[in-house]
Design a protein around this ligand. Structure first.
Ligand SMILES: Cc1cc2nc3c(=O)[nH]c(=O)nc-3n(C[C@H](O)[C@H](O)[C@H](O)COP(=O)(O)OP(=O)(O)OC[C@H]3O[C@@H](n4cnc5c(N)ncnc54)[C@H](O)[C@@H]3O)c2cc1C
Length: 503
């Protein structure tokens, strides 16, 4: 790697990390105020080499169409769809921004990053079948989930997902729901496309090979120290606004910033493994993302799924994830990451989470101890005729689950995404990994609302051009929902729900 030229020492905005989060925020800021001088710093030699890379995540366009953990069953047996509705309509925000970028030519081709892949929830056994039936009744009655299909009949299910049904006991009690409007998203390609577009702007610079080593408040501005990994040279950038979109690397930098809002936060790393199959004849026969039900007492990210993937124009299958334990905060991180992030202010929350999450500890130990034959047996629950020789083990991205201070429990483990922003709006960090990249636009709109309050009224008309539903509720407005989905489906070349009339 050769030493990079010096960076603008006084930009308006510094973004740390070239993943989907920083890329999304940079695109929004550039569209909203084209004269903002933006510097993006990334320690790796290119964009999207951590969680946003296509092979490091499952590429599910999370719209709560198939993920059963978003629809818990209440004590009275009814199914609560409120979380599913939230995630579902957050994904519409992403679709709208992506469609605007494609329409304007900023992203030349939607097929380079998003494809229609039906989303299926698949369950086995009478109790789970009963749950799925209730969930389908509750969801399909809402206009946001119009077109959700339900089937118990093996022949119909075999048409939806032949690999899942072939070799299965014909008397097994099974059921599934399907939404043909589901998607597979290559978030790595999307990130690279957004950054390539930004790089055509004179006000945007990206510094690859630059590791941010410190973030300090000095004289009412932030000083960001970046080390050029090739030369070892350090540069200091002074800026009004810093965004820590560093994935697993965000927590240590948040701690360095010393903002009071970051006190007490900790991180718990969970590594992941997939089984991957690149045999074209199999990949061509599985056109779905089939999500099952997590076992009782296991965390939400343990939900097994058999995914059709479309990456660089090639089709592949992924099954997993299997969890593991690693003390690294990034796939390319250091084993010391977990220990270096233990501070006097987060020791209490960390211990409280250790005490209250024995289920998670047991689950992780169980996963780490799995033998290859046991891993393969869980794949066969979804693909009975799978052959071991056709699958290889692949390492997924690293998740850092958020540990938050909590007045009552001392500390809680959170499986979602958390934006931590300074009270004056001059710094924001994204922690956590779920629903993740799919909801990057909703998360960045939250960052804008908290950190650019004064500019937002002036930016709103442009935001409404980029994201036509901005400020309105797709969940409450059937016509708006239909109009937005038809429009984005057409620009992004996506399938529409099987039934187009709203309930
Ligand atoms: C196993 C797994 C499966 C997932 N499945 C899905 C899914 O199906 N759908 C979905 O929507 N989401 C999914 N996610 C979540 C999604 O991948 C993440 O939410 C998203 O990619 C996070 O983007 P990011 O930009 O915050 O982080 P990243 O993509 O990790 O980018 C952070 C960047 O910061 C850089 N960096 C870190 N520290 C520094 C530093 N000090 N200086 C400079 N650069 C630094 C890193 O090198 C990296 O490039 C999954 C995640 C995992 C791990």
């Amino acid at each position: 790697m050769t030493a990079a030229p010096p960076l603008n020492p006084q930009p308006d905005v510094v973004l740390v990390g070239a993943g989907v989060m920083s890329a999304t925020l940079a695109v929004l800021l550039q569209e909203l105020q084209p004269d903002l001088r933006i510097v993006l710093l990334e320690e790796r030699g290119g964009a999207a080499q951590e969680s946003s890379n296509a092979w490091n995540n499952a590429g599910t366009g999370h719209a709560a169409l198939c993920e059963l953990n978003y629809t818990p069953q209440r004590a009275d047996g009814s199914v609560d769809i409120s979380r599913a509705l939230k995630v579902n309509t957050q994904f519409d925000l992403s679709r709208q921004l992506w469609a605007s970028l494609v329409r304007s030519g900023a992203i030349p081709d939607a097929d380079a990053f998003i494809h229609s892949v039906p989303h299926i929830s698949f369950v086995r056994g009478a109790a789970d079948v009963a749950f799925l039936g209730k969930r389908w009744e509750a969801m399909s009655a809402h206009h946001c989930f119009t077109g959700m299909e339900y089937a118990e009949d093996h022949a119909e299910l075999a048409r939806w997902m032949p690999l899942v049904m072939e070799g299965r006991d014909p008397n097994e009690t099974v059921a599934a729901t399907r939404m043909v409007s589901g998607t597979d998203v290559d978030f790595g390609a999307l990130t690279r496309l957004m950054i390539a577009h930004l790089a055509t702007k004179p006000t945007f610079t990206v510094g690859y090979g630059h590791e941010v080593t410190d973030v300090k408040r000095e004289n009412g501005r932030w000083t960001v120290e970046a080390k050029d990994r090739a030369s070892g040279r350090k540069q200091r950038l002074s800026t009004r606004f810093v965004f820590l979109g560093a994935g697993g690397g965000a927590l240590p930098l948040l701690q360095k910033s010393g903002i009071p809002e970051g006190r007490g936060f900790g991180g718990f790393p969970v590594s992941g493994l997939w089984l991957r199959c690149d045999v074209p004849a199999l990949a061509d026969r599985h056109d779905a993302k089939v999500y099952g039900k997590a076992s009782v007492g296991t965390p939400p990210m343990s939900v097994p799924h058999l995914d059709a993937r479309v990456i660089d124009g090639n089709r592949a299958l992924l099954f997993g994830p299997y969890a593991g334990f690693s003390t690294k905060f990034l796939k390319h991180g250091s084993n010391a990451d977990l220990f270096l992030a233990i501070k006097p202010d987060n020791i209490g929350p960390l211990l409280a989470v250790g005490r209250d999450n024995m289920d998670l500890t047991k689950y992780l130990i169980g996963q780490v101890m799995l033998k290859p034959s046991q891993r393969f047996a869980s794949l066969q629950e979804y693909f009975p005729n799978a052959k071991q020789a056709e699958w290889e083990l692949a390492v997924a991205g690293q998740r850092v689950q958020v540990i938050m201070p909590d007045a009552k429990a001392g500390g809680v483990l959170q499986f979602g995404t958390e934006v931590v922003a300074s009270g004056d709006g001059s710094l924001a960090a994204v922690l956590g990994a779920s629903p993740g990249a799919s909801t990057a636009v909703a998360i960045m709109l939250d960052v804008l609302a908290r950190c650019f309050k004064d500019q937002l009224p002036g930016w709103t008309p442009r935001l409404q051009q980029l994201i036509p539903s901005y400020g309105r509720s797709i969940a409450d407005d059937t016509d708006l929902c239909r109009q937005i989905r038809t429009d984005t489906a057409s620009v992004l070349h996506l399938a529409e729900p099987a039934v187009s009339t709203a309930g």
